[in-house]
Ligand binder design. Structure first.
Ligand SMILES: Cc1cc2nc3c(=O)[nH]c(=O)nc-3n(C[C@H](O)[C@H](O)[C@H](O)COP(=O)(O)O)c2cc1C
Length: 400
C-alpha cells in the first residue's frame, strides 16, 4: 500500500486508476533525485503549478439529450496537405529526454506503448535510446523527431537526416531553450551528472570525438561545473538562433515532412512562426521547466488561436492529466495535446505496460467527458463547450 498525505490525512492507493496516480506510485519507487528531476520546475515552480491549476479556471458547459452514437469516436486527423495521420485520440507523447532513467527500455518502451495506443510519439534529441533503436522497436508507430538547434548546424541537420532515413514523419523544433531553466530541486539534490550508464546517445556522433560530451576528459555532461546536469548542454546550444534558422530548416526539409515549432507562448511568436513556414505551432512552456512566472499553456491558447486562427494546427502541452483537460483544449482550438511527466511516472512504475495503461485511462476519461458533454466525435466539440469566469483569458477567442 502506498501513502500520500499531510500530517492529518493519509491517502493510500494500491493501483493506478487515473493519470495522476502514476505520480504517487512513481514517487514511492524512484530515488529522490530522479523523481525530483522529472517532477520539479524552474525557480519558484509558479508556472509548473499554474499548468495544473489553470485547467480549473475553465469550465465545461455540458449539453444533454443529444442522441449520441453508442460508441464515442475519439479519433482525430492531423490535417497537413501532404500527409494525413489519424490518431486514435487527440493526444500524443511530447518529446522529452532521458527516459531510460525511469526504466531500462526507456524511449523504446514508450514508443511501443504509443504504437499500441495508435498515437504519435515524439523522440527527443536528448534521448537515451537512438533514433534507429526506437524506430526498430516500434516500426508502425507514428514517430516525430525533436530537434534543438545546435551551434553546429551541420550536426543538427545530420541528426534530422538520420531521423528521416529511419522513417520519422515530422519534426518538432524546440525553440524555448537557448539555455536551460534552473531547477532548485536538482541543485539541492546535487543532481549534476547524468548517472552511469546513461548517456545522451545522439551526442556520440563520430565527428565530435575530440570534443565529445559523452567521452573522456571533455565529457561536458559528466562534468560537475553546474548545478544541474542538463544545464551543461548550454555549451552545445546557440543563443543566436533566430527565425532565420526556422526558415533554413523548413527549406531543407522535404515538403511532406511537417515542421512544428514547440515552445510558443505569445501571439506575436505564433504569427512569426507561421510566416517562417511552420506547419504547426505548439503552445508549451516546457512543462514549467524553462521560464518561471509565465502563464499556463492553456491560458495562452486563446490568444494564439485569436492571432493565427486555423491557418495551421495548434498543439499544446503542460499539465494535461484528465480527459476533461483534453476536451477543454480542443474546445479552445487545439488540434491535439501532448503529455510529458505522466509518461515518465508510468514508465518508472511499470515499464511499457504501465504507459499503455496510463494512455488507456486517459482515453477512457476523454470518451466519458465527451459523452457527458453531449458530443460523440471530436469535430463536434464546439467552442461553446468551455467558459471562464476570468474574461481576460478570452483574448482572441472571439475571432474564432
Ligand atoms: C524530464 C523531462 C525532460 C524533457 N525533455 C525535453 C526535451 O528534451 N525536449 C523538449 O522539447 N521538451 C522536453 N521536455 C518538455 C516536454 O516536451 C513537455 O513540454 C512537458 O513535459 C509538458 O508538460 P507536462 O509534463 O506537464 O505534461 C521535458 C520534460 C520533462 C519532464
Amino acid at each position: 500500500m502506498l501513502r500520500e498525505g499531510t500530517k492529518h490525512t493519509i491517502k493510500t492507493i494500491d493501483r493506478p486508476v487515473c493519470v495522476n496516480d502514476f505520480q504517487l506510485l512513481a514517487q514511492q519507487q524512484l530515488p529522490k533525485d530522479l523523481y525530483d528531476y522529472v517532477s520539479s520546475g524552474a525557480d519558484d515552480e509558479q508556472t509548473l503549478n499554474e499548468n495544473r491549476n489553470a485547467w480549473k479556471r475553465w469550465y465545461l458547459r455540458p449539453r444533454v439529450l443529444r442522441s449520441l452514437a453508442a460508441a464515442i469516436d475519439t479519433r482525430v486527423v492531423l490535417p497537413w496537405q501532404q500527409q494525413r495521420h489519424t490518431l486514435s485520440m487527440p493526444v500524443f507523447v511530447s518529446p522529452a529526454g532521458v527516459q531510460a532513467l525511469m526504466h531500462q527500455e526507456g524511449e523504446c518502451a514508450v514508443a511501443r506503448a504509443c504504437e499500441k495506443a495508435g498515437i504519435l510519439y515524439g523522440l527527443s534529441q536528448h534521448a537515451t535510446k537512438s533514433i534507429e533503436e526506437v524506430a526498430a522497436a516500434a516500426p508502425q508507430c507514428l514517430r516525430f523527431y525533436q530537434s534543438y538547434i545546435l551551434n553546429d548546424r551541420e550536426w543538427t541537420w545530420r541528426l534530422i537526416e538520420r531521423a528521416l532515413q529511419a522513417g520519422y514523419q515530422g519534426i518538432f523544433l524546440t525553440v524555448d531553450s537557448v539555455r536551460f531553466g534552473y531547477r532548485p530541486a536538482d541543485a539541492r539534490n546535487g543532481f549534476n551528472a547524468l548517472p552511469a550508464p546513461h548517456r545522451l546517445v545522439h551526442y556520440d556522433d563520430d565527428h565530435t570525438r575530440d570534443n565529445n560530451i559523452n567521452s573522456g576528459k571533455k565529457a561536458i555532461y559528466n562534468g560537475q561545473t553546474h548545478s544541474a546536469w542538463d544545464q551543461n548542454s548550454e555549451q552545445l546550444l546557440d543563443t543566436q538562433i533566430s527565425w532565420r534558422d526556422v526558415r533554413w530548416l523548413k527549406e531543407k526539409l522535404p515538403p511532406q515532412i511537417p515542421l512544428i515549432i514547440k515552445g510558443i507562448m505569445t501571439q506575436e511568436d505564433a504569427i512569426l512562426a507561421v510566416e517562417a513556414g511552420a506547419d504547426a505551432v505548439m503552445v508549451s512552456n516546457h512543462g514549467g521547466r524553462q521560464v518561471d512566472g509565465c502563464l499556463a499553456a492553456i491560458d495562452v491558447l486563446p490568444e494564439v488561436v485569436g492571432a493565427i486562427g486555423h491557418q495551421v494546427p495548434i498543439f499544446l502541452d503542460g499539465g494535461v492529466r484528465h480527459g476533461s483537460d483534453v476536451v477543454k483544449a480542443l474546445a479552445l482550438g487545439a488540434t491535439a495535446v501532448g503529455i510529458g511527466k505522466p509518461v515518465f511516472f508510468s514508465l518508472a512504475f511499470g515499464g511499457r505496460a504501465a504507459v499503455e495503461q496510463m494512455l488507456q485511462l486517459l482515453k477512457n476519461e476523454i470518451k466519458s467527458c465527451m459523452a457527458l458533454c453531449g458530443v460523440d466525435h471530436i469535430a463536434a466539440i464546439p467552442v461553446s463547450s468551455v467558459v471562464t469566469r476570468h474574461p481576460s483569458l478570452l483574448v482572441g477567442k472571439s475571432n474564432l
